[in-house]
Design a protein around this ligand. Structure first.
Ligand code: NAP
Length: 241
């Protein structure tokens, strides 16, 4: 039977590239996001193996739609890629609380809820869980976004520990600066771009395909003995962690 993958945030950027890679590997792919029209465009781009579920991964009430789409099939790969940097002013404690909660919801709770709901479906042995963190977790610079992504590291290590005996791997990919996504929409300047490129030892920005290729390795035979790791895919912007 055709293998099945779920990719949250699969409508754009890194998630779309990952879903496309998985379809190319022969997977049926369910992509999840909040905007139906964006998902519909992505389904066209990915091809006939893709289907979409419009859902907010951070809302417990909307997760059952994803479980229904899986429809009792064994789930081979879950890529918890949905997330965002959520800015805001920090002038009041209420504003600080709202911004921290929003970043934690978007980047942590989304992965926790999706993983918890789909865990019974994950193939045993052989299921793969991937969490998309960020270089911001390794070096700061993003306020609550950095802290939220760092929380994913602890969550990923915990999943690896608790699920290893069932033959399920869990790993975190921490991308560096990646263009060709919506992540920096309205926030990037030519100076900001140059600074990030200069900070990488490879002197270039990453692409969504760079991250999708790391996923390809983790879910393929090369990743069979890899679990509980933070995989940095950052052009050398942070070394050796
Ligand atoms: N680009 C970078 O430089 C970079 C670096 C390090 C880490 N990352 C991480 O990589 C991941 C992918 O980012 P990207 O660069 O590809 O940016 P992106 O194009 O903005 O992708 C994020 C995707 O997640 C979806 N999403 C966000 N919140 C969601 C929610 N609550 N429920 C369901 N879907 C949600 C978005 O679609 P909707 O808005 O339609 O829901 C969007 O398709 C993110 O976790 C990001 O933090 C990116």
């Amino acid at each position: 039977m055709t293998r099945l993958a779920v990719v949250t945030g699969g409508g754009t950027g890194i998630g779309r590239a990952t879903a496309g890679m998985l379809a190319g590997e022969g997977f049926d792919v369910i992509i999840v996001g909040r905007r139906a029209e964006v998902l519909a465009d992505a389904v066209k781009w990915i091809g006939p193996q893709a289907t979409a579920v419009t859902a907010d991964a951070a809302d417990p009430a909307q997760i059952p739609a994803v479980v229904e789409a899986v429809a009792g099939r064994p789930l081979d790969v879950l890529v918890n890629n949905a997330g965002a940097y959520i800015g805001g002013d920090d002038t009041t404690l209420d504003a600080v609380a709202a911004r921290w909660r929003a970043n934690l919801d978007s980047n942590v709770l989304s992965a926790v809820l999706m993983t918890t709901a789909l865990l019974p479906q994950l193939r045993r042995p052989g299921g793969k869980i991937i969490l998309t963190s960020s270089i911001a977790a390794q070096r700061g610079g993003g306020g609550p976004y950095s802290a939220a992504k760092a929380a994913l590291h602890g969550y990923g290590l915990d999943l690896a520990t608790s699920l290893g005996a069932e033959g399920i791997t869990a790993n975190v990919i921490a991308p560096g600066y990646v263009t060709d996504s919506e992540f920096f929409d309205g926030r990037m300047t030519p100076e900001g771009h140059r600074k990030r490129v200069d900070a990488s030892v490879l002197k270039r920005a990453g692409t969504p395909d760079d991250i999708a290729e790391a996923v390809r390795w983790l879910i393929g035979p090369g990743g069979g003995f890899v679990t509980g790791q933070i995989i940095n895919v950052n052009g050398g912007s942070v070394l050796g962690r």
